[in-house]
Write a protein that binds this ligand. Structure first.
Ligand code: GUE
Length: 294
């Protein structure tokens, strides 16, 4: 048996097509969504991700603005850029590309984002609303990778309600908010959030109907850790430099042999990454739609 591929490229393309129609409707009402990215330093991976985000915006028909600060930028420089983005009329949503170079306090910077313009859903107010949303109906942008994972599972009709989900990794952008999302009413999964101090990680993963690996340890999840038929989502990425200046390679957190055991497998690349980008655009479009009814 070989796993059904959870194709992030095809699914993100379908999603972006739907978003494009909604942007046409918004423009007809005089609303032009605009996304900005704030990038500090010249990490090649980060530059690539930011470039991808601008390409997505162009595809969907939304304006985008790119602010790049040099690696030598001080925290005061970053704060000033955030202040400008908060007050810019053209920018309806923006993200601070993470990680920031060492020396910057990421959480302090995230707190300075206007929550109404927080396209990543990482401002404390929006993370708080993610928690409050379990009982209430508070609308807030959801963190893009968790939202993309749930959307991918839904579009392939992978059952979530009542299922055992094991999330490997408790980082701010994936693991921690994903656990909150999966336990919300409507999704109703039973979540185990594991991390580097978890005892018997293999045993935890073996119980899971859905495994999400988001740690950045190449090929951590082995085939004999996976329950036959389980859905496995490979999120972590490790960039390995090419030999003799050759092309760099991307390694996911999931061993390739898992494909012969799992029922569903999101590859990496071409799985959750493109979904993350599509959900970012979705957050910007949603925020613009809400500005009409607010
Ligand atoms: N404020 C902030 N928000 C983020 O959402 C955020 C961030 N910072 N920092 C870094 C991580 C990582 N991330 C990815 C997005 C798309 C791909 C993606 O599209 N990857 C392609 C491959 C691209 C390649 O070849 O490198 C794929 O999976 O097919 C990957 C990773 C968003 N992040």
């Amino acid at each position: 048996m070989t796993a059904i591929t959870l194709d992030g490229v095809a699914t993100a393309t379908a999603l972006k097509q739907e978003l494009r129609d909604r942007v046409v409707a918004l423009r007809a009402q005089g609303v032009v969504p605009g996304l900005a990215t704030l990038l500090v330093g010249d990490d090649p991976g980060s530059r690539l991700y930011v470039a991808g985000k601008h390409k997505d915006c162009a595809e969907v028909g939304i304006e985008s603005l790119r602010i790049d600060l040099p690696g030598s930028a001080t925290s005061a420089d970053v704060r000033a850029a955030i202040k400008d983005l908060n007050s810019s009329r053209e920018v309806t949503g923006y993200i601070i590309q993470l990680p920031l170079p060492v020396g910057h306090n990421e959480n302090a910077m995230l707190e300075l984002i206007d929550p109404a313009k927080d396209a990543d859903g990482l401002h404390p107010t929006n993370l708080g609303r993610l928690v409050l949303g379990i009982e209430g109906n508070l609308r807030s942008p959801l963190p893009c990778t968790p939202a993309g994972i749930v959307e991918l599972l839904r579009r392939y009709d992978v059952p979530i309600v009542g299922q055992k989900v094991v999330v490997v990794g408790r980082g701010l952008t994936v693991g921690r908010p994903l656990g909150l999302l999966f336990t919300r009413k409507g999704l109703d999964a039973t979540v185990t959030l594991t991390h580097s101090r978890t005892v018997d990680l293999a045993g935890e993963v073996r119980r899971a109907d859905i495994v999400v690996a988001a740690v950045g340890v190449p090929h951590l999840i082995e085939a004999d850790w996976v329950k036959p038929g389980a859905a496995v989502l490979d999120v972590g990425i490790t960039r390995v430099a090419g030999v003799d200046g050759g092309k760099s390679r991307l390694l996911g957190d999931v061993h390739p042999d898992v494909a012969s055991v799992a029922g569903y497998l999101s590859p990496n690349p071409r799985g959750v990454g493109p979904m993350t980008r599509a959900m970012l655009v979705s957050n910007v479009v949603k925020a613009a739609e809400q500005s009409l009814t607010a």
